[in-house]
Design a protein around this ligand. Structure first.
Ligand code: SF4
Length: 228
């Protein structure tokens, strides 16, 4: 794209769409599950980190149920380490790749105890060094648990940004790197929640609802072969 996207217009239209959906009580007013968990556990960093790990490749509804069950029994890293293996597996079972996630959670709990006094570090590099923690997870923890600036890029954010022609990138990490340059900082924290909702409801991966799109004027619809 030769010119910069009109971020003010884009974010404003998306916020208005979300607010209208909320007022009308429609399905698309749900916040992504980790945001909901963060609110429920009052921004507790361990709760946000654990639920973010559980949320990877798992539906929001399942993440919520699973996080609640796990955090009731393991509200701290120390409590998780005390859980018998079988019980930990049972608690995280509904989540996809539950065995790997259980193993990573146990390793993370151990590292937090040994290196960080049982606390989650508010530091990108330290978070990225934890098993199973990628940039998406690290950003989400920094944003939701520590109220720090970050841009959480998942498949929805990556797809919509490229499809619209706001940027051109090969993967979510690259998208994050570019957004850090072109997106005004005041929009960093909020863009994930907006685009995840939009991607789940309107700008779907296959056959997006372009006829009902509130940001169509800002979108080049690159690679969109079929739409509704
Ligand atoms: S116009 Fe279509 S492809 Fe572009 S953002 Fe809207 S729904 Fe997505």
């Amino acid at each position: 794209m030769d010119t910069q996207p009109d971020w003010k217009g884009i974010i404003g239209a998306l916020q208005k769409w979300r607010d209208t959906a909320r007022t009308e009580g429609r399905r698309d007013n749900r916040d992504p599950s980790v945001t909901t968990v963060a609110e429920r556990y009052k921004q507790d960093p361990w709760a946000v980190l654990a639920s973010t790990i559980l949320s990877l490749r798992t539906k929001d509804e399942v993440t919520l149920v699973c996080s609640k069950a796990l955090l009731e029994k393991a509200p701290t890293p120390e409590a998780l380490l005390a859980l018998p293996e079988e019980e930990l597996l049972r608690l995280v079972y509904p989540a996809g790749f539950y065995r790997t996630k259980a193993e990573n959670l146990r390793k993370i709990a151990r590292i937090l105890g040994e290196q960080y006094g049982g606390k989650v570090p508010a530091d990108m590099e330290a978070l990225l060094a934890l098993p199973g923690v990628g940039r998406k997870t690290a950003n989400l923890v920094l944003i939701e648990a520590f109220d720090m600036d970050g841009i959480c890029v998942d498949v929805h954010v990556h797809r919509i940004c490229n499809r619209s022609g706001w940027l051109s990138s090969r993967n979510p990490d690259e998208t994050e790197g570019i957004l850090r340059h072109i997106l005004p900082r005041k929009y960093w924290k909020g863009i994930n929640a907006l685009l995840v909702l939009y991607g789940q409801n309107l700008c779907r991966p296959v056959s997006p609802f372009c006829s009902r799109c509130v940001i169509r004027a800002h979108c080049q619809r690159l690679g969109v072969e079929k739409s509704r």
